[in-house]
Design a protein around this ligand. Sequence first.
Ligand code: ZN
Length: 480
Amino acid sequence: MEYETIIGLEVHAQLLTDSKIFCGCSTSFGESPNHLTCPVCLGMPGVLPVLNKKVVELTIKTALATDCNIAPYSQFARKNYFYPDLPKGYQISQYELPLARNGYLEIEMEKEKRHKKIGITRIHMEEDAGKLLHELDGKPADYSYVDFNRTGVPLMEIVSEPDINTPEEAGEYLRVLRAILQYLEVCDGNMEQGSFRCDANISLRPKGMKGLGTKVELKNMNSFRHVMRALEYEIQRQAVVLDSGEKIRQETRLWNADQGITESMRSKEEAHDYRYFPDPDLVPLVVDDAWVDQIRQSLPELPTARQERFVKEYQIPDYDAHILTAVRQLADYFEACVRLGAQPKAVSNWVMGDILRRVPDTRLIGAFSVTPAHLAEMLGMIDAGTISGKIAKAVFEDMVTSGRMPAAIVADKGLVQVSDEGALEKAVKEVLDAHAEKAEEYRQGKEKLFGFFVGLVMKATQGKANPQMVTELLRKKLAG
Ligand SMILES: [Zn+2]
């Protein structure tokens, strides 16, 4: 039987606020356990939550960037369940009346050269729970410990429509969404540290059939690659179950990265199990148009718009623009180089080659020793014929380690390109005299040897010869 896969994603993004969602405690990461707490986030009796305005602002930003409708009136609700990391016995979230609904974002499937809109069902705000620790100093502990530092840290949940049909589309959706959140500076997008988490709902149905099959929820995937692998595994597992005539159980499954499989965790709870009801401690949230407009004015240029502008303004291929704009800091770096007068395509080639190799996490490119000023100056020296492309590679390596400016490196190491025709003619003559037999073979038609001569001349000049002049001189001499 052939099946169609239906995937919906739920992303939890930690918002970049200094303080928690309902109290003034700090949200900083890595502090010693239970030091960032107060009676409100510890769920003591008699305390009252107060909504952090910044949380609403960042959520509205995201909603506007994904074309959602902002509800003028929304409400917080209590989601009731027991777990040791949840001191109040309920999580404050939004349920029936979320802040934003009905948006979309567009993904680009590079290989198939197609665009697809993925609907966004809703975006709402909620608080994070605490964290259970089962180890102490790296060893299994006799007890489980609970750390409430994360309790009340603001989260935004972004729920997609079940518009995703392949693991690749899921990966691309996450990449696009994360880039938008990073451009907006609402979330740092760090999946390893858990500030950008993704759960997936997946079901299969016979091809051509309407309606949805039974869905399974997948959790515990802490990288894009794991999300895609878990989905691939689950597609196969569900197909085998269905082929054998059995039914899919509605359940939550955990991704086991070590074994590359998903494992049943619990049967999936239904929404009514949580006894949602409006939180009586928080007044309904009313958002006026003036505030929304003011936030709209503050939105930065987003990745897709920037990509299109790069293609038009800098005449670089769509492929380059796609890579350069994926991370805001990288796009800023590229534009800074161009503003300093460097050729856009040359900058793009260096960034996508040598620089990406050196800076795997491009969000940190601001701290890279080769600044836009370094790169632009070096590219200018290539254009002016002062150094060859080959020498530039050596200059680049020096800049990476020493942080010196290229002109200083070239002067210091005597790397200036030799464009003196007399000197080059002499070098060419010496090479040809030393390899007279090979020169003759070339003249008889063995044209492959040309590169051999170029290589020898470059070697004789320690790579400093102007390659174009060497080529011209060699052609002249070998023709004669
Ligand atoms: Zn607190």
